[in-house]
Design a protein around this ligand. Sequence first.
Ligand code: 5AD
Ligand code: FES
Length: 350
Amino acid sequence: MNDKMTALIVKLSKEHSLSQEEYEYLIRHRSPEAAELLAKQAVEVRKRIYGTAVFTRGLIEISNICKNDCLYCGIRRSNHSCQRYRLREAEILSCCQEGYELGFRTFVLQSGEDAYFSDERMCRLIGEIKGKYPDCAVTLSLGERSRESYRRMYDAGADRYLLRHETADKAHYQKLHPAEMSFDNRMRCLEELKQIGYQVGCGFMVGSPYQTEAALAEDLKFIEVFRPDMCGIGPFIPHNATPFADRKAGTLELTCYLLSVIRLIHPAVLLPATTALGTIDHRGREKGILAGANVVMPNLSPVAVRKKYELYDNKICTGDESAQCRSCLAGRMKSIGYEIVTDRGDIKKI
Ligand code: 5AD
Ligand code: FES
């Protein structure tokens, strides 16, 4: 590792900010030694703020019906080989019941952009969940909606919203999405969610087609400036029935490197070790935690539908053996000296 690299890592740890050119340098000239130093610093700050606690969120995939056609995504509307499903309200509530008993205190309702889940339906569902489990946070991940819709769901009790920005480089965004989708609208959504009062999560894929080091540097600058409460990053993994079927997947190495950098940019941020990371490496989630992540999101969806919510090939936790992801993850976290806690897992304000 050269002196410039060492100096940049020291500066990042102290100031939590670099210029875009410096972020790009950090990515372009990375080495195993730099990764090790970044991870060491990242784990140190994470431990200072969160100790060895790992927060969990119970992920409920309520519908894989989607009006969008993102080029990378297995549930895009053009994929006619995808078996579509929608959970009923009673099924969603029984996932919450089971999740509550297992110790989850956050439920993430995630869906394709499915008009069936109108504001009325969502508000009723949110009200039911918050009424039954007032000690739990409800996180929504339903894609782009109007400000009015976001506001109504917030007023109904939703606490958080996850909407990955996918890439902070507009030209890159356009290469990953069909012409009818807009980068500006995605950014508008994120700003409005924040203004309304949600705890907001953004995020991006690592190694997506056409991604450059400069685009990743923009992602890092965006995270520094936007200061999301959460940031979901995971490797891009090709799905066989998409235009990107033959593209290469993102790597464990670069994903973990960026997890460490993001932890240093925004020390208190909630940073999941994602399912995609667990898919490209059998200990990917453990390695993510050891790079500075502090959240895991086990699947709580009914096992019968899990295989259908296939954003990318070979997604883990879709078979019968994965009915109990929480205990599996508890064991995995314990094996590296961390523990899953029964807690809403809000961001620490520091
Ligand atoms: N590989 C990895 N992540 C993907 N996502 C969608 N498709 C893929 C893929 N092929 C991610 C996107 C989306 C989130 C729900 O899943 O970033 O926002
Ligand atoms: Fe789902 Fe291990 S976390 S089976």
